[in-house]
Design a protein around this ligand. Sequence first.
Ligand SMILES: *Cc1c(COP(=O)(O)O)cnc(C)c1O
Length: 372
Amino acid sequence: MELKTPYFLIDEAALEKNLRILKSVSDASGAKILLAQKAYSCFATYPLIAKYLDGTAASGLYEARLGKEHFGKQTHVFSPAFREEETEELAKYCDHVIFNSPAQAKKFAPFFRARNISCGLRVNPERSTQQGHAQYDPCAPCSRLGTTILEFDESVLPLLDGLHMHTLCEQNSDALEETVEALEEKFGKYLSRLRWLNLGGGHHITRGDYDIPRLLSLLVRLRERYGLQIYLEPGEAVVLNAGTLVSRVLDIVQNGMDIAILDASATCHMPDVLEMPYRPPVRNGGAPHEKKYTYRLAGPTCLAGDIIGDYSFDAPLCCGDEIVFEDMALYTMVKTNTFNGMPLPAIALKKEDGSIRVLKTFSYENFKTRLS
Ligand SMILES: *Cc1c(COP(=O)(O)O)cnc(C)c1O
């Protein structure tokens, strides 16, 4: 099958390198590591990931089903609020269900427990360790995510096997240490009465400067002190630097500067560039004016703000040139949309032997069928 830009290219060797690191953490600590599907749900690669990780974490019914059907092993689900009519189906997929409030636990835990499903409560340790991205901080003021100690209700304890917290975003083990300290201050007295503790995601374990020994000593201490099974559910760390988005220059226009219009869109294909926002790395691209030729890279939609960023190159760009965005496996394929009638990028896999396998292509139908 011919591969036309734009397309996502998942790098199997890079993915497996991450998986080996994560497996070494679970082997050394006894913690179980789950793939948070919210970040990455390309299930064609689940069989490979399942060789190394212990299961999946889902944000709701559909992810839970995907994890159960294509990954297997353990399926954990957390939702800020479950709905009555989905519990029957969820019970078919999940072995762990995590509630966001004591009210939800009281409402649904008896149903799940009667089906041998382990129940937990997400708590909020109320210790922010990230600056800047309030949008990604579940400990930000007035956060709806997790039960605070003030709202905690001891009468739910008999319904619970575990506690869950998720407070980090792209952070190192020092931030986890600080958050666990806050967790122990507030909820420590309950931990030895429970069977498991899920420390959520946001652990950038596969990043070069991540302090793994510090993580391991924390995990081992928690296990030994409270007799808990620890779970981690990273998303980003599983596929960090394990994929690219390959695009092409369609036209170059001038208005105060050189602007290259690409066939990839920020708003449709990498919306976090605008939402987070952040500047994605471009292969062979430097900061503006660092190299001789500076361009604004922009998308082909009608949104004026569909701008990826300003980058410099050693040679002038021409129509047809390939532009490769790095680190595009995470929070991209799961977030693409067809705004403006944009085609969705194909998804391909670069195998360890260098060959490329096309996993999925999209067409006009994928745009049309969502609209009526
Ligand atoms: C987003 C999320 C994760 C994964 O976070 P990453 O930053 O991708 O590691 C894990 N658990 C929960 C509850 C989440 O909301």
